[in-house]
Design a binder for this molecule. Structure first.
Ligand SMILES: C[C@H](O)[C@H](O)[C@H]1CNC2=NC(N)=NC(=O)C2=N1
Length: 102
């Protein structure tokens, strides 16, 4: 069972994500980022890869796709706030970003 990030660990874990474009969502213990891709196919392909990890880890994003953009919000519903699962999935998403080599 995941636990909410403690005040002590919050900065250490979240600061690096702030560097890669994640932001704390207004009025919610959640992080949010918009990824921009070359086109819809790249965006949806990235979502597919991210979804496999989300399912593997049983930790699912709240996300919206409009053409070549995907806006992702991560939070842990079971603890009503951010947990290490959100940090883990955010790191994975950043790692997946970018088209795979053709
Ligand atoms: C029953 C199921 O294991 C839980 O609902 C999982 C599924 N995916 C989840 N995803 C997210 N983001 N937060 C959760 O608390 C969560 N819980």
């Amino acid at each position: 069972m995941s636990e909410k990030l403690s005040d002590e660990t919050r900065g250490t874990l979240l600061d690096p994500l702030m560097e890669t474009g994640w932001e704390i969502e207004e009025g919610r213990d959640a992080i949010r980022k918009t990824y921009k891709f070359d086109d819809f196919a790249d965006a949806f392909g990235w979502m597919t890869r991210a979804a496999i990890w989300a399912e593997k880890w049983n930790h699912h994003p709240e996300w919206e796709n409009v053409y070549n953009r995907v806006t992702v919000t991560l939070t842990t519903h079971d603890v009503d706030g951010l947990s290490t699962l959100d940090v883990k999935l955010a790191r994975k998403m950043d790692g997946l970003f970018g088209p795979v080599d053709d």
